[in-house]
Design a protein around this ligand. Structure first.
Ligand code: GLP
Length: 265
């Protein structure tokens, strides 16, 4: 695992957007095959998406041959609801870039058969060739996508029940009322995320510090589902100084030294 530590979310977001754009351009230069990416919602990726939009508009990257799959969606929330992840993604990314509409995949939380929708999603990911890169955020309890504590690290796309903690954290988007936050969601599994060739997890602020400590220094455990990243051959956490506030000083120094050595600084 690599940990890239930046001064603040603005610098971490720039690093992340430029890294993703470079990966898309690198594949486009040597192959006609689409670049398949997993995407997340939440406040964390907004600045990264803003920089990707700027880069598309400046001609520095194109999403014309990118296929995306979002990691999760609430169950039962109308697609047009401002807090649906469909609305979020269009507002903060898809409405401003050149990704063809047919390449955009988001789980349908209103599908008549939710189980069949989840199975079809896994099949569509496989049919697209699997993920080149998965971009994820994390919850304050270390959940990835909506894989709450004690979700299997072998899990795949399915319907999940949200914890009271997660509903309370997300109540800020629902008039501050946790009971308005849907009780269920559909989510790619931990194993779905880890099936990607490369996984980038972004985290900003001290409220993510405990989750990052568990993910980086703790044992790999279903208690903190993002800790599954420890078993991935190409996992990177991009974070700011506040988010690593709970790491041991020596762990912090280790990741800083590795990055400096690899970038020749
Ligand atoms: C929700 C989403 C996660 C996201 C998390 C963090 O629980 N299902 O995918 O990573 O929120 O949100 P934020 O980025 O707003 O802290």
């Amino acid at each position: 695992m690599k940990v890239i530590i930046r001064k603040n979310s603005a610098e971490g977001s720039l690093w992340t957007a430029h890294y993703i754009a470079a990966k898309i351009n690198e594949k486009a230069a040597k192959s006609d095959k689409p670049f398949v990416i997993g995407l997340c919602t939440g406040s964390t990726p907004i600045e990264t998406y803003a920089e990707l939009i700027r880069m598309v508009k400046a001609g520095e990257v194109s999403f014309k041959n990118v296929i995306s799959f979002n990691m999760d969606e609430y169950v039962g929330l109308p697609v047009e609801h401002p807090e649906s992840y469909h609305s979020f993604m269009h507002k903060y990314l898809f409405d401003h870039i050149d990704e063809p509409a047919e390449n955009i995949h988001i789980l349908d939380g209103n599908a008549p058969d939710l189980g069949a929708e989840c199975e079809a999603y896994e099949k569509a990911i496989a049919a697209a060739g699997g993920f080149d890169l998965f971009l994820g955020g994390i919850g304050e309890d270390g959940h990835i996508a909506f894989n709450e504590p004690f979700s299997s690290l072998e899990s795949r796309t399915r319907v999940v029940t949200l914890t009271r903690d997660t509903r309370e954290v997300n109540a800020r988007f629902f008039d501050g009322d946790w009971e308005k936050v849907p009780a269920q969601a559909m989510s790619v599994g931990v194993a779905t995320v880890l099936s990607a060739k490369e996984v980038i997890i972004i985290a900003w602020g001290s409220k993510k510090a405990r989750a990052l400590k568990d993910a980086i220094e703790g044992p790999m455990s279903h208690y903190c589902t993002v800790s599954g990243l420890q078993a991935h051959p190409a996992g990177t956490i991009v974070c700011d100084e506040q988010a690593v506030g709970e790491l041991k000083v020596n762990s912090y120094r280790y990741f800083k030294a590795i990055e400096a050595a690899e970038s020749g600084k």
